[in-house]
Design a protein around this ligand. Structure first.
Ligand SMILES: NC(=O)c1ccc[n+]([C@@H]2O[C@H](COP(=O)([O-])OP(=O)(O)OC[C@H]3O[C@@H](n4cnc5c(N)ncnc54)[C@H](OP(=O)(O)O)[C@@H]3O)[C@@H](O)[C@H]2O)c1
Length: 401
């Protein structure tokens, strides 16, 4: 018997809600809350079991506290925006509820995300006897768990880790982002950063790129070095890695549009005055771009996200690739969403299941790689995100330096 409160009725929230509803033995009661209640009701109407819905402004701690007191969940799954992480954690502490999210906190007025703000809650969650599980989507999330799995079963010491995120899907739009446009564009336009020999090194945004031949017929795609949040916790929790990098694929059409939008100032996050009213250009841009949640119907193709690891086991050099392939159309058939929301929402549901069944437990604030990866990896296979592992003869040439 467990009650879960899902906050955020966007693309990811739809998948988490569907997936929790499909697991009634664990998630006996579900409430979906968001700023706009009608969005929760629309998702609830797609399900074949009854859930409750509610309106909540997750920027407002007293409003959250009142909802938590009223509903009394065992766990909050936060799939609103990274801006709301701290207010939701504050409310969970006040009422005594466990917490899970998929993206680390980011202040609205600065395009910067890091775990420091949430790791600072460690003592408070510990003292309250509560657990907060951070970054339990795909990347961060499954990529951390893939790394922990490789570290547990195949390596004595990981030397290099390359995380490769490929969306080989096509949504038929001139320009659209696969998840919240504001968060996505802030991430993509930031400087690249990677870990090498004990320090972070910076690159200009999307400056370093390589072509990688993705498996199972996806084929060669251009991928770009970016900073991504899972590296911050992996550097800490999987020590001794000499180099860690994150790569994401982008098509030329996406990059050309993005460059134009940046050049004309539409990706700015500082306020400008328009018709006597302050607006933030990036928020305005979000309002005119397609809602990622609406792209499911038209998106075709597959995603391939995984980790290429090399290092040593029993004195022998090993090269290893672990990945998941996810089909946009199959996701839509199952839960009315495209694969980017699906690959985030399924791990959030599995993480919640790990917490509610006590397979992962602790008091304090945790990243997913701190727990035993095995039960989570089993759940991926049975909940729509099967993975593949291959040992390579050598590290792919494009990742050598
Ligand atoms: N780890 C990963 O692999 C991964 C990948 C993709 C996305 N993510 C994360 O997943 C989260 C959701 O992404 P998404 O694509 O689903 O975004 P989305 O479609 O924009 O949905 C976000 C939802 O949050 C709600 N929301 C925003 N501000 C709120 C507030 N103050 N109070 C209550 N609800 C609020 C919005 O509600 P209304 O519509 O009602 O305004 C919206 O429905 C984001 O944090 C994103 O960074 C993680």
């Amino acid at each position: 018997m467990s009650k879960v409160l899902i906050i955020g009725a966007g693309g990811v929230g739809r998948v988490v809600t569907h997936k929790c509803a499909m697991t009634p033995d664990i998630f006996t009661d579900i409430c979906l809350a968001s700023r706009t209640k009608s969005k929760c009701d629309a998702i609830a109407a797609e399900l074949n079991r009854k859930i409750s819905t509610s309106a909540v402004d997750a920027d407002n701690v007293p409003e959250l506290v009142s909802l938590l007191k009223d509903y009394q969940p065992d766990l909050v799954i936060n799939v609103a925006l990274p801006y709301q992480d701290l207010t939701i954690m504050d409310a969970c502490l006040e009422v005594g509820v466990n917490y899970l999210d998929t993206a680390n906190y980011e202040p609205k007025d600065e395009a910067k995300f890091e775990y420091s703000w949430q790791w600072a809650y460690q003592e408070r969650f510990k003292e309250a006897g509560l657990m907060a599980l951070l970054g339990c989507g795909f990347d961060p999330g499954v990529t951390n768990i893939f790394t922990a799995y490789a570290n547990k079963h195949h390596f004595d010491q990981i030397e290099t880790l390359d995380i490769l995120d490929c969306n080989a899907g096509d949504h038929g739009q001139h320009f659209a982002t696969n998840f919240n446009p504001e968060i996505n564009i802030r991430e993509v336009t930031a400087n690249g950063r990677f870990w090498e020999n004990g320090e972070w090194k910076e690159t200009a945004p999307l400056d370093v790129h390589r072509s990688f031949d993705f498996p199972e017929g996806i084929g060669p795609k251009d991928m770009y070095l970016m900073y991504h949040e899972e590296m911050e916790s992996l550097v800490k929790n999987i020590p001794g890695v000499k180099r860690m990098r994150f790569w994401m694929t982008f098509g030329q059409q996406y990059l050309t549009h993005l460059r134009v939008l940046e050049n004309i100032g539409m990706t700015r996050i500082d306020p400008i005055v328009y018709n006597g009213q302050e607006i933030i250009p990036l928020q305005f841009l979000k309002a005119v771009l397609p809602d990622p949640g609406s792209l499911g119907k038209s998106t075709q193709g597959r995603t391939c996200i995984g980790c290429i690891v090399d290092g040593h086991k029993n004195g022998e050099r090993k090269h290893y690739y672990i990945y998941n392939i996810c089909d946009h159309e199959q996701c839509f058939e199952e839960v009315n969403s495209q694969a980017v929301s699906y690959t985030t929402g399924v791990p959030a549901m599995i993480g919640a299941k790990m917490m509610l069944t006590g397979k992962w437990k602790g008091e304090g604030v945790f990243n997913v790689e701190e727990f035993d990866p095995d039960p989570f990896m089993e759940e991926l296979n049975t909940n729509g995100l099967p993975w593949n592992e291959v040992f390579l003869d050598k590290k792919p040439d494009v990742l050598v330096d």
